[in-house]
Ligand binder design. Structure first.
Ligand SMILES: [Zn+2]
Length: 373
């Protein structure tokens, strides 16, 4: 099958040309100034921080829930997923990890490719817990992380930690052998955040949310990120969690190569307003805004494709937004050699958008699985 239109290129934005898909891979890519068509041909996105959608949540700890959210994500052009587990008691964390291992072991599992699991909790600061249950938070515990990594069959790819907690720096040093470490849900000051990056943390969990704001005398995590070129930052561009001006500022401050767009969606995504469970707490969704019992924002109700559209509506160039939704998360998870690029030999997982950025078709493992070309 040949696809024609505007092909995404991480260095040059978009180039006109044709893409040849054969079997499950991209077989050829031909640039051609006069290639017809206004469609944007993008590598399928990777969402590395979302909890649920379509009524299911990774924290449910069942293979059925994973199948459901994988299906929904694929229908939105998110062809690779790394769902995030909330703060739960040990047994709940363990069940979520086992469910992921079970899902991955079934070759015929439907939906987006499960490329990892993200442990957002439980090693978080109580005062910056957001919508996570305070009584289930724990001190950083390398033994628990190793246990969960084993239960997941090696699928745990990310863990969030608040670096000011007792033992956090040693935890980061040890955790690096198991997965990538992200700093978040934290009240850390500038120096503590820098110390976390110095011992191996490489990412920040939803920049701006669940951390102190940037202050000119107390620059905090945001100031530390500005001084740490190797650190990538997750960003929720739903227009609810982060103001459009702050989304633009983040892209300018970090450059498009350091922003990872995430949806941080909860199970209401794809459904309507109502009351839902999130990590053992009731969450109310009103006009697409989810809040927990104490009024804290509790995840988003949109998918990553919609976050991309909103980022573009805020003024982020489309190519930068695609870099942040397709390239950077794949790099962060160490899967960029297979996903997130239109280069020859990469997986034929694609999202085709028309000129208005409406999702026209999703190609997964070389086949059109949603929409039509
Ligand atoms: Zn969070």
């Amino acid at each position: 099958m040949w696809l024609t239109g505007r092909l995404f290129d991480p260095e040059r934005g978009f180039v006109r040309g044709r893409l040849r898909v054969e079997g499950q891979v991209i077989l050829d890519r031909v640039e051609e100034d006069r290639a017809p068509g206004e469609d944007y041909i993008l590598p399928g996105f990777t969402d590395l921080h979302f909890h649920g959608c379509a009524g299911a949540d990774a924290s449910d700890g069942t293979p059925e829930a994973l199948a459901r959210l994988a299906d929904y994500q694929l229908s939105r052009g998110v062809t690779q997923i790394c769902p995030a587990v909330m703060t739960l008691p040990r047994a709940g964390l363990s069940a979520a990890c086992r469910a992921a291992a079970h899902h991955a072991a079934h070759a015929q599992a439907r939906g987006a490719e499960l490329v990892g699991l993200n442990l957002e909790g439980p090693f978080l600061a109580p005062e910056k817990r957001g919508a996570q249950r305070v009584d289930w938070l724990q001190r950083p515990d390398l033994g628990l992380l190793a246990e969960l990594a084993a239960a997941s069959g090696g699928l745990v790819k990310l863990v969030t930690v608040a670096p000011e907690l007792e033992g956090a720096l040693d935890f980061i040093r040890g955790a690096r052998a198991l997965c990538r470490v992200s700093v978040g849900h934290t009240a850390a000051d500038y120096d503590t955040a820098l110390a976390a990056f110095a011992v191996g943390a490489e990412q920040v969990t939803h920049l701006f949310n669940a951390m102190p704001p940037f202050h000119h005398r107390r620059p905090g995590v945001i100031g530390a990120v500005a001084d740490s070129p190797g650190v990538a930052c997750e960003l929720i561009a739903d227009g609810v969690h982060v103001h459009p001006a702050a989304v633009r500022a983040a892209f300018r401050l970090l450059g498009p190569e350091r922003v990872i767009l995430i949806s941080d969606s909860m199970r209401a995504a794809g459904l309507g307003d109502g009351t839902y469970d999130l990590g053992g707490q009731a969450v109310t969704v009103e006009n697409g805004r989810a809040t927990g019992p104490d009024g804290a924002l509790a995840g988003s109700c949109v998918d990553l494709m919609e976050c991309l559209r909103r980022a573009v509506s805020f003024g982020v160039p489309l190519a930068h937004a695609v870099t942040a939704a397709a390239v950077n998360p794949a790099r962060a998870l160490g899967i960029y050699d297979r996903f997130g690029s239109l280069d020859r030999g990469r997986a034929a997982n694609l999202a085709i958008l028309d000129g208005d950025l409406t999702l026209k078709a999703v190609v997964f493992r070389g086949e059109v699985v949603h929409g039509a070309l």
